[in-house]
Design a protein around this ligand. Structure first.
Ligand code: G1P
Length: 280
């Protein structure tokens, strides 16, 4: 059984849709209900057995790293005041040496961000989690993916059927067959024209990728939006590795924009109903 130990978190985005707050606070530290957005993705990876966490960060977003480092002065203060519950909360977020950070100096696309982590990932299969895609699931999405991937192998992406009107905002799978929740695909196209999209199965921000995707990324030229696209490298590598989509069980919120953030917060606070049984 191949074990998945490393996850890459591309977090260098400057959060322009959330200005002015993102002028000084990284978007990923904004709270969804009672915790920063990034914590959910890190916890999801941890629950799936990930032991090495790589942030592809921007130099201006150091606070994001600090959130996962030890805070000895604050810890000592809470301890001396007997605030044990608060102490547990901040200790739980400490990743220590398990967290590595690499900086993306230029915003050349998601594929470029992932490629920045190549020297830390090595040759093994690795996960990628985009914290903006907030996933509410009974069984965490990455755990569902690892389980499915153990039996099919290759490259695997989480998918949601977003319908034809929305598909041009996503990577879109060219699906050839389906077995239960697992889709087989022979390609993926980044942001297709809605009329020519090969399906309505959109890639959302959870990936399990073979190490060879890094080699494909190193050869990938700018694609849609003139950016180096992760999906283009996945399409190339999948010709030999194979490509699968998982229609995960759970609900997805697009926290890349303020309305999705608000919906996620409302749902987590119990103020809006959750829909966990189907991918949504
Ligand atoms: C990125 C990926 C795209 C994927 C999407 C999921 O796009 O390039 O393939 O479908 O994330 O959220 P972005 O949202 O950065 O435009």
């Amino acid at each position: 059984m191949t074990r998945l130990k490393t996850a890459v978190f591309p977090v260098a985005g400057l959060g322009t849709r959330f200005l002015p707050v993102t002028k000084s606070v990284p978007k990923e530290l904004l709270p969804v209900h009672d915790r920063p957005l990034i914590e959910y993705a890190v916890e999801e990876a941890r629950a799936a057995g990930i032991e090495h966490f790589i942030f592809v960060n921007a130099p201006s977003k150091q606070a994001l790293e600090d959130h996962f480092r030890a805070a000895p002065v604050l810890e000592a203060d809470l301890k001396s005041k007997g605030k044990h519950a608060a102490l547990a909360k901040i200790r739980n977020t400490v990743l220590g040496d398990a967290l590595k950070v690499v900086y993306q100096d230029h915003a050349l696309g998601l594929g470029h961000a992932v490629l920045c982590a190549k020297h830390l990932v090595g040759d093994s299969a690795f996960a990628v989690l985009l914290p903006d895609d907030f996933l509410l699931c009974d069984t965490p999405c990455m755990t569902q993916m690892v389980e499915a991937w153990q039996s099919v192998g290759g490259n695997m992406v989480a998918t949601v059927d977003v319908g034809r009107s929305a598909v041009s905002a996503y990577g879109c799978l060219n699906v050839t067959s389906q077995r239960g929740r697992v889709l087989s695909a022979d390609g993926v196209i980044e942001k297709p024209d809605a009329r020519h999209a090969p399906s309505t199965h959109a890639v959302i921000g959870r990936y399990i990728l073979q190490g060879s995707v890094m080699d494909a990324l190193a050869r990938t030229r700018p694609g849609a939006g003139n950016e180096i696209q992760l999906t283009d490298a996945i399409a190339e590598d999948s010709k030999t590795s194979g490509l699968f989509g998982l229609e995960f069980a759970g609900q997805r919120f697009d926290c890349g924009q303020p309305a999705g953030f608000a919906q996620a917060t409302m749902t987590m606070a119990g103020l809006a109903p959750a829909r966990l049984s189907l991918a949504a």
